[in-house]
Design a binder for this molecule. Structure first.
Ligand SMILES: Nc1ncnc2c1ncn2[C@@H]1O[C@H](COP(=O)(O)OP(=O)(O)OP(=O)(O)O)[C@@H](O)[C@H]1O
Ligand SMILES: [Mg+2]
Length: 352
């Protein structure tokens, strides 16, 4: 009779998200306006947490589709943050770097005896996966970004990972992805989706209707999803797509969501100042005019929130850096950040 194997001991330590309340609620505060995507991902995270994830396959496999700057990459980052306490604790494979077959070889490393064997460490190795787990969770977050750009040989490597959660590196070492949650992101169909958005939804305000749950909004959402799926089916073979647990189409971000993302990013700026300047830090207050200016320069239906960070860096952080260097930003003071229409730029005032 077959001997019963003991179940692997589960990591009993609480995750960051569990310490701060429900996982879903935590994720929703970090990724805005894409609740439908989080609702699809959370059950897989919980299955892993409960030690009920399937044997011999990754804990979850998601293909994230939709317009640029809407939170696809951010999704993997916030899941890493929820699990491990840092949104940088993930393995991100930028598929744009693996467009040729010899570049794909870097993923698994060269076999012994081949040129470059000693110098090339496999990007996908057991050690690497374990280094992105943490004392809070054994689950590693792996993101294959923009998979449509990868060479066909990479799709073959991915097939093995998605199907059996298994990979053999160039030096013949096994790599298990059973303790990994895998996000694949793709921009397939975005041009067509952008055209639909422009036609049917108007700029930003129209997109809010997407989340209002009306019949017309649901129909538009379905249309976006179908458009993305049509492009995906044209590019990837059914045996690849069959291994994916959920296809998630991200919505264009509406005005309210962009405003909320801006608030989040402005809070991040304050935290950045506090951490980096320590006792020399000062308090920023943004006027509504400044917020409006940042929103206008940093977001659009075409580029989502992608430019917001750059806009904040250009119009807020860079002038502030210059003020810090020239000792024009005294510690512990309040500094107002306003927008001057006359000068077409942000202006800074000390508030007494
Ligand atoms: N839904 C969102 N909630 C919170 N922040 C967001 C959201 N979408 C975008 N952002 C902000 O915009 C930045 C860029 O978003 P992200 O990298 O996730 O875009 P993407 O959908 O992956 O786009 P691309 O297709 O161009 O890779 C994020 O780092 C984040 O600051
Ligand atoms: Mg991305």
């Amino acid at each position: 009779m077959a001997k019963l194997q003991p179940l692997p001991v589960k990591n009993q330590r609480p995750t960051i998200a569990r310490q701060t309340g429900s996982l879903s609620a935590f994720l929703r505060t970090r990724l805005l306006g894409q609740d439908h995507a989080l609702d699809a991902v959370v059950p897989y995270l919980e299955m892993f947490e409960a030690n009920l994830n399937p044997v011999g396959r990754p804990a979850g496999i998601f293909l994230l589709l939709g317009p640029t700057g809407t939170g696809k990459t951010r999704t993997a980052e916030v899941v890493a943050e929820a699990l491990h306490g840092s949104d940088r604790q993930l393995l991100r494979v930028d598929c744009g770097e693996y467009q040729l077959d010899h570049e794909v070889a870097k993923l698994v490393g060269a076999p012994p005896g081949y040129l470059g064997h000693r110098e090339t460490q496999a990007v996908l190795s057991q050690q690497r996966l374990e280094s992105i787990s943490s004392e809070y969770s054994r689950l590693s977050v792996v993101l294959f970004d923009e998979i449509e750009k990868a060479a066909p040989s990479m799709t073959r490597i991915l097939l093995g990972i998605l199907d059996k959660a298994f990979l053999r590196t160039g030096d013949n070492n096994p790599v298990s992805f059973e303790n990994s949650i895998i996000f694949l992101s793709s921009n397939l169909g975005v041009n067509e989706m952008a055209r639909l958005s422009r036609q049917g939804m108007g700029f930003l305000q129209g997109c809010e209707a997407l989340s209002s749950g009306t019949g017309a909004a649901e129909a538009r959402e379905r249309k976006l999803h179908e458009t993305a799926m049509f492009a995906v089916r044209k590019r990837f073979a059914p045996e690849f797509l069959n291994r994916i647990d959920a296809f998630l189409t991200y919505r264009p971000l509406g005005r309210d969501t962009l405003e909320a993302i801006l608030e989040q990013l402005l809070m991040d700026v304050q935290v950045h100042l506090d951490v980096r300047l320590g006792l020399q830090t000062f308090q920023l207050c943004f006027t509504d005019e400044c917020r409006e200016f940042l929103l206008e320069t940093g977001s659009s239906i075409e580029f989502g929130a992608r430019e917001l960070k750059r806009s904040i860096q250009h119009w807020v952080l860079q002038p502030l850096a210059s003020m810090v260097i020239h000792k024009q930003a005294p510690p512990a003071q309040r500094m107002q950040v306003d927008f001057s229409a006359k000068e077409g730029r942000t202006v800074f005032r000390l508030l007494r």
